[in-house]
Design a protein around this ligand. Sequence first.
Ligand SMILES: [Zn+2]
Length: 143
Amino acid sequence: MITIVEQQLTEMRQHGERDYPFECCGLMLGRFESNGHKVVIETYPISNAREEEAKRNRFLIRPEELMRGEKYARAQSLDVVGFYHSHPDEPAVPSKYDLDHAWPTYSYIVVSVEKGQAVDLQSWEMESDRSRFSEEVIATSQV
Ligand SMILES: [Zn+2]
């Protein structure tokens, strides 16, 4: 389960709409709770490092951008708890590429953007045997 501040959900959707027809991506910053739940307090948009053509169907975060995001998170006493990216004109379901490049523990949010409009958003967690993603329940909070 992942709890996300309502405003941050809106920002992830808007980021996906802004970068359409390309994929957007970013970090989700917050905390890992002792019961395994995650809390997202802030999102950290970053640019998609892929070439123009590949930006449509796969995202890649450059290591230096990830490091910058982690440094920013630490400065706010937050952790990187997951990643988000958009799927332009595709469902909010992770691709094979997404699975191959994911790590356990983190949450992966996929925003489906159809014709420039964010229509769906789902959170996913990779199974510990790395075989597939399972959908994760999203709870929202106001602050
Ligand atoms: Zn994807």
